[in-house]
Write a protein that binds this ligand. Structure first.
Ligand SMILES: [Zn+2]
Length: 346
């Protein structure tokens, strides 16, 4: 399945295939739910189907039904999909019956050994997710990447490349799948939703609330996250226009990080509106932007970004959000930008 927001990444790959420049190792990155696995399956089809992803042959059909997340009892999946040289490696069930967090070195060894045989036709090994490999596993894979074999393509999938060693990154060609806010993606989102049950949404807004990740937009709608997001956004705008509304901020409780991201999005949009010097679709946001200064918006965006990055630490998110909100509530009539506290303490 090729999704509209995969187009750019697909084109980049197609060019490599056409020019016969496909590397020995590919790293496919992108945020959670952006469709890295579907993207990989489409690529495998392109490479292995004798009729260039016809969708009808035995191989294409088998790939469509392929679910490497099944048979979790096996540490490495080999000979699936009517294609003997397709190998998957991923975390497996541990003895306690839950998913282990790491891909271990013995799994990677088994994976590389299976790939190690000489291949007359293309063999493909897929590791997902490569950022789950522990150090030993990564070192073991590196050895295989350092000695590329004929007719072998290794595909690594990863959410977060920060967790991959530079040595591995430098041996892979990276294809990144970006979030998307374009028309064709919004159309896809609309097509996935049953109109009878949900008529009160705008696909583009929905996509924005999910940070440009279409599958997340669909899931959010099912879980009512979208409606929560809308209520946060509305209250944030109210607070900027009438600071006393800050007393309603308790609806942000336990969602501090998501509210900060919502604010980040609003400020980003606001800055865009100001740069273009053209009203946006959100009337309240236009009002805020009209009265706020560029300088203060940029400073608050910096502070908000910093607050979001601090969410990984033990910082008190509630206090942090409160401090940011105090500044936001005065953004339309701020004389001097105050120092946002709580950043230095950790
Ligand atoms: Zn086919």
């Amino acid at each position: 399945m090729t999704f509209p927001w995969h187009k750019k990444a697909s084109e980049k790959l197609d060019k490599m295939i056409e020019q016969n420049h496909l590397p020995h190792a590919l790293l496919i990155t992108g945020v959670d739910k952006i469709g890295k696995f579907d993207f990989t399956q489409a690529l495998i089809k392109k490479l292995l189907c004798p009729n260039s992803s016809c969708d009808h042959c035995e191989l294409c059909k088998a790939l469509d039904n392929d679910d490497p997340k099944s048979e979790l009892g096996h540490s490495v999946l080999i000979r699936r999909s009517h294609y003997p040289n397709l190998i998957y490696c991923r975390t497996e069930l541990n003895d306690a019956g839950s998913m282990s967090k790491d891909i271990r070195v013995d799994q990677i060894r088994a994976f590389c050994e299976s790939l190690g045989k000489t291949a007359e036709t293309l063999q493909i090994g897929v590791v997902f997710y490569a950022d789950q490999m522990n150090n030993n596993a990564a070192n073991s894979l590196l050895k295989t990447l350092e000695e590329p074999r004929q007719n072998t393509l290794i595909i690594l999938l990863a959410h977060n490349t920060d967790r991959l060693p530079m040595t591995i990154l430098s041996r892979c060609q990276t294809i990144h799948i970006n979030p998307s806010y374009d028309e064709s993606t919004a159309k896809w989102v609309a097509s996935q939703i049953n109109d009878d049950t949900r008529s009160d949404f705008d696909p583009m807004q929905l996509l924005e609330s999910a940070y440009g990740v279409p599958q997340r937009a669909i899931d959010d709608l099912k879980g009512d996250y979208y409606f929560k997001y809308q209520s946060w956004q509305n209250l944030l705008l109210e607070i900027a226009l009438s600071p006393t509304k800050i007393t309603d901020a308790e609806i942000f409780s336990d969602n501090e990080l998501d509210v900060l991201k919502c604010l980040q999005h609003l400020i980003n949009e606001g800055i865009k509106i100001k740069i273009l010097n053209h009203d946006g679709a959100n009337l309240e946001l236009n009002k805020v932007v009209e009265k706020a200064s560029f300088n203060h918006l940029y400073k608050l965006l910096d502070d908000t970004n910093q607050a979001i990055s601090l969410s990984q630490t033990t910082v008190n998110m509630k206090l942090l959000l409160d401090n940011i909100l105090v500044v936001w509530s005065h953004i339309t009539n701020l004389k001097k930008y105050p120092a946002v506290t709580n950043f230095q303490e950790h």
